[in-house]
Design a protein around this ligand. Structure first.
Ligand code: NOJ
Length: 732
């Protein structure tokens, strides 16, 4: 009895102690309370200085970004909001995080951001290539791999995806986005956000995503970087906003403001875009980080006299976090004290940053478990995903007389500067990619054709310059071969940030090499690796086959070798138009209609591109049947399904992507000649017929946005098309 009594007393005491403990635990530290309560509780406890510090981001680790030079800050203040983390060592993260947790008054964890653009260590193809796979599920898986490697290495937040619609191949950053089409960018925005963030950002395998660069950066004049963009409100909504609308709906935790001046109001000081639309109309409750130095750059852009005014403009416009500007840390407190920024606005900004930190679970798990690199990187499944994505993003542009796959050749010569490089196959923004693992083109072909054909390599020339002393060796190799694989293209740093080119043609030396090889009369298979489409108008005729492998990442040349041997049946299709010549730029499929469609042509070059958006060949053949709609008219709230049967008439299985376009011939605001609204990729076995479907919801698929971003659905005819076939639909 006595013992029972004692035990009851003990249990009561324990319960009381726990209750007391709970009472003493601040609400913001209680993981069982809703995020909003925790945010508000923490905010209540913060001083003005602490609030301001939450809104700043410094760098930590060795800064390897050549375009964004800034001292890695050795002494990270304990109260700082965020760092860009140039390391993959959890130890360094934990050391700095410990300071924030233990030495700051309130123990608010830092959020660690980094540019994980197409993989962290297991680098997969550049985003432009990913789009050419037309496989968003695969891109989602690849983004999940990147998220897992990043989070396990101490990164909580990636500055990705870049969803800037880009139509000028001269702009180096076309490599970083999903091409020229708004819908394509929107679909891949959603896929990557889902892959990065998963169902629960707090999981130790997910990171917060960041849609960038909000908005219109892809419209940079002349393809030059950081410059002015002229974007009317109508074009803003028609072209540039769509991917962001979908990315925000998919739950992207953050956005990055852009460098560009949008018709007189830089994106980083643009209250319409950031406050009225993003936070107001769309109700986004995460935060906006400035691009690197973008606040400070409001001065050279001519809208702020000094850093203080730049801070005022950016902050009131709706940029919550200052990435490497030293504007908020220096001036925001002062601006609040002077009444130029209200405490309410400051609180709203801090709330947004804290919200994301809570959602990432940083208060519960501020530290990263110190796993080994083997536990994090190059897991079998991660490598498989990267390789499949590289395979599916390869685009077979030309294949005269089915020269590919190379089945008869006994002697293959590989020539060209791309043939033996590892480094350039990584692509720009390759995070912690290690090129040592990469198998270059010539070596991958040797392996692939082992026992079937001999493969010799002669470089011929460098990527640029004037040295043609290697031509003779290349010509000798070509003369002895049955077929010559000419491997040309771009260096890694020829695309990406601050990497514009005045022309998208290959440098002269590479063109000369190609010309000399073609004089041998040997059949040429041109393999291209680049971060942009390449001008081929003048050389296309001298090549029997042309394959664009883009920049595949660590899978290197194994996928392209598979395509050349026939082990892999190519299925990529262009997500960006391949101009005939640089002078056609801007050229994109969804242009507005011309007043005189049959006139207004160039006198010296064709008006049509060399390869259209959506172009891409396969080793099998597909025959498209007739389009069939479930109804010929539809009301605003109705539904219609249009179907097309596709038969694989060739002799091997193949993946086919069907692109569905709409055309609105007469509208109150002119519409593009056609607009992609839906796509689907499916495996079709040889001899099999598969039906592809487009379920049309008028408000989603037919309506368009006006200059305020409001949806308009107009009565009348629209066309639904696949390739050259179309059906008419009456909108009632
Ligand atoms: C500048 C780039 O424009 C942006 O895309 C990147 O995320 C930041 N620097 C951080 O590296």
């Amino acid at each position: 009895m006595k013992r029972i009594y004692l035990m009851i007393c003990l249990a009561c005491a324990c319960t009381a102690m726990i209750a007391q403990g709970k009472k003493d635990t601040p609400v913001y530290k209680d993981a069982n309370r809703p995020v909003e309560e925790r945010v508000n509780d923490l905010l209540k406890r913060m001083t003005l200085e602490e609030k301001v510090m939450q809104l700043n981001q410094y760098t930590l680790g060795r800064n390897d970004n050549v375009n964004n030079v800034g001292e890695a800050v050795k002494n990270i203040p304990a109260e700082l909001g965020s760092v860009i983390y140039f390391s993959y060592d959890p130890k360094l993260r934990n050391e700095v995080q410990r300071k924030a947790m233990e030495e700051s008054r309130l123990g608010i964890p830092l959020i660690y951001g980094y540019d994980v653009i197409h993989g962290f260590r297991t680098v997969y193809p550049i985003p432009l290539a990913q789009a050419c796979s037309w496989n968003p599920e695969l891109v989602q898986q690849a983004s999940a791999v990147a998220a897992q490697e990043a989070r396990m290495s101490g990164v909580d937040w990636t500055f990705s995806p870049m969803i800037d619609v880009a139509r000028d191949g001269r702009w180096g950053r076309v490599a970083e986005g999903y091409g020229e089409d708004p819908h394509t960018n929107a679909v891949f925005a959603v896929a990557s956000v889902k892959g990065y963030q998963g169902d629960n950002m707090a999981s130790d395998k997910n990171v917060a995503a960041c849609l960038k660069h909000f908005v219109g950066y892809g419209a940079s004049e002349g393809g030059r970087d950081y410059v002015f963009t002229e974007i009317s409100r109508q074009t803003l909504w028609d072209t540039y906003m769509q991917p962001y609308i979908e990315g925000v709906k998919a739950g992207a935790a953050t956005l990055m403001s852009c460098f560009n001046d949008i018709s007189g109001t830089p994106g980083t000081a643009n209250p319409y875009i950031l406050r009225e639309v993003l936070k107001g109309k769309w109700g986004h409750d995460g935060f906006v980080v400035s691009d690197w130095g973008a606040i400070e750059q409001l001065r050279p852009q001519g809208v702020a006299a000094d850093k203080k005014e730049a801070a005022l403009k950016a902050f009131t416009a709706g940029v919550e976090m200052d990435m490497m500007n030293n504007c908020y840390n220096k001036h925001l407190g002062e601006l609040v004290s002077e009444g130029l920024v209200s405490m309410e606005m400051l609180d709203d900004a801090v709330r947004r940053v804290l919200r994301v930190k809570f959602r990432l679970g940083l208060f519960e798990r501020p530290y990263t478990p110190e796993s080994t690199e083997k536990e994090r990187f190059y897991l079998a499944e991660s490598l498989r995903v990267a390789e499949q994505l590289a395979e599916e993003s390869i685009v077979l542009l030309k294949n005269e007389n089915n020269i590919l796959p190379l089945q008869e050749a006994k002697d293959i010569a590989v020539v060209g500067p791309m043939g033996d490089t590892r480094w350039h196959l990584l692509g720009s923004w390759a995070a912690h990619g290690d090129s040592e693992r990469i198998v270059p083109i010539a070596s991958a072909l040797k392996e692939e054709f082992e026992g079937k054909a001999s493969v010799t390599f002669a470089k011929g020339c460098d990527f640029d310059g004037e040295d043609s002393s290697g031509f003779e060796e290349a010509l000798q190799a070509a003369r002895k071969a049955d077929v010559v694989v000419v491997a040309l293209g771009e260096k890694k740093n020829w695309s990406g940030e601050n990497a514009s080119r005045s022309t998208i043609a290959l440098p002269d030396i590479q063109l000369q090499l190609l010309k000399e090889i073609s004089k041998t009369g040997k059949p040429i298979v041109l393999v291209l690796s680049s971060g942009r489409p390449i001008e081929l108008g003048k050389v296309e005729a001298s090549c029997k086959a042309i394959v664009q492998m883009w920049q595949p990442g660590i899978s290197g040349a194994k996928p392209i070798a598979g395509v050349l041997s026939g082990r892999v049946n190519p299925s990529g299709k262009l997500a960006i138009t391949y101009p005939y010549a640089s002078g056609q730029i801007p050229i994109y499929y969804n242009q507005r209609k011309s007043a005189r469609p049959h006139q207004g042509k160039y006198q010296d070059i064709p008006n049509t591109p060399l390869y259209e958006f959506g172009h891409g060949l396969s080793y099998t053949s597909f025959e498209y049947g007739k389009l069939k709609a479930s109804a010929s008219s539809v009301s605003k709230d109705g539904r219609v399904t249009v179907e097309v049967p596709v038969t694989n008439t060739g002799d091997r299985d193949g993946l086919e992507t069907v692109h569905w376009f709409i055309t609105d011939p007469v509208a109150s605001i002119s519409r593009p000649v056609k607009e992609l609204k839906h796509f689907e990729k499916k495996l079709i076995r040889k001899g099999e017929t598969v039906v592809f479907r487009f379920e049309i919801t008028p408000m989603k698929d037919i309506a368009f946005l006006n200059h305020n971003g409001d949806k308009i659905l107009e009565k009348g005819k629209v066309y639904i098309s696949v390739k050259d076939e179309r059906v008419e639909l009456d909108i009632e």
